[in-house]
Every structure is written in structure tokens, then in C-alpha cells.
Design a protein. Structure first.
Length: 203
């Protein structure tokens, strides 16, 4: 079993494959790798990795993917190592969220904040409970949208055309994905009503 330094060496070699950003990657290696090693048991944050320049986002994402392919014991070693690091390194790690309604809303708000989409926890929660009861697999097969072949789906009962038009970059293109569903719905609400906070009925 590799120790954390050995894992970091493996990740360093992975990063160095990206020649266009190689020099900056090596200079920023502590920042980039520490920001990339968000190996956590809960749902990882969507959207770009905080603190990493835009041109390095793709290499960092690939390092993240590589880290997630490691056996669970090695992921645990990385997680334990990262947790021992002082600020500012730990502050660069993306937040993590639980895989439940509370975590989905908080994750969505994190993504929305990075994309300047207005909204707040209580308003999102209120609308989710009204629209789906908190069930991310909810689907309405009985209204006019369903009759037109585009039933409302997910936590905030979004139809496919609306989801595609208001999809938020950095989130999944799967309408059933809880975070993607929330962010697309809030993006739509922001454009039509100013904010999801202004929505109190079916929209």
C-alpha cells in the first residue's frame, strides 16, 4: 500500500503529462494537487475547483478522476493526509456535501454562487417539497406537459426543454441528477421571476 508521499508522486507524474500547462502545474503543484484531492465518501461538489486557474481546471479534474480510481484504503490515506494540512491549502479544497436533500440543496447553492444565480436554502426547500416531496425521481405523468410528451421530472419538476435551455455549466446533463435539476430550475426562475425566492406556486 502506498503512503501519501508516494501517492502524491504518482499524481505529480499524471499532472506532468499536460505539457501545455506543465511548467505552471509544477510551480503550482502543492496548490493544484491539494485542491484536486477531494477524495471523500459523500457527494463531491460540482463546478470548477476553487483556487485553480481556469487553464488548469481540466488537468485538475483528470487528477481527481485518477484519485477516485485508487483502492479505498489509498483514498482513505489521501483523505487523512489532506485533513492534517494547515490553511491555506485546506481552504482550497472544494466543499463536500451529503447525498441527501440537505446536501443537494447546499451543493446547488454552492454551484449557483459560482454562477451568480440568486437563491436561498429556504426558498429552494419550500419549492422542492411542494413540487416533488423531496423525491429526485418524481415525475408528473398527468398534466399538459406530460400530454405533450415532456413530463416534469425531478426535485423541482423541470421539463426537458427547460432543463436543456437553463442547464448550469459544470453540472451533470442528467435531468434526474438532484443538483443539476435544482440549479437548472433556479436558473430558469432567476430569468423569469428574478429568483426562486419569488416562486410560491407551480412555475
Amino acid at each position: 500500500m502506498r503512503n501519501p508521499p508516494a501517492l502524491r508522486d504518482a499524481l505529480r507524474r499524471r499532472c506532468s503529462q499536460h505539457k501545455s500547462a506543465g511548467h505552471r502545474m509544477r510551480k503550482l503543484f502543492p496548490l493544484v494537487v491539494l485542491a484536486a484531492l477531494a477524495v471523500v465518501p459523500a457527494v463531491s461538489a460540482h463546478a470548477d475547483v476553487p483556487g485553480v486557474p481556469a487553464e488548469l481546471q481540466q488537468p485538475v479534474e483528470q487528477v481527481q478522476q485518477f484519485a477516485h480510481t485508487l483502492p479505498a484504503p489509498q483514498q482513505d490515506q489521501i483523505r487523512q493526509f489532506v485533513q492534517t494540512l494547515p490553511a491555506p491549502y485546506t481552504e482550497l479544497l472544494p466543499p463536500t456535501f451529503s447525498d441527501d436533500l440537505d446536501g443537494w440543496i447546499k451543493n446547488a447553492l454552492y454551484v449557483m454562487g459560482k454562477n451568480n444565480i440568486p437563491g436561498d436554502y429556504d426558498s429552494i426547500f419550500r419549492n422542492i417539497i411542494r413540487e416533488s416531496g423531496g423525491n429526485p425521481r418524481a415525475i408528473n405523468l398527468y398534466d399538459s406537459n406530460a400530454a405533450a410528451g415532456i413530463p416534469s421530472k425531478g426535485l423541482l419538476q423541470v421539463i426537458d426543454p427547460t432543463f436543456q435551455a437553463y442547464h448550469v455549466e459544470g453540472t451533470s446533463w442528467d435531468i434526474w441528477d438532484p443538483v443539476s435539476n435544482i440549479t437548472a430550475a433556479c436558473n430558469y426562475a432567476a430569468h423569469r421571476y428574478g429568483s426562486i425566492a419569488n416562486v410560491f406556486s407551480a412555475y
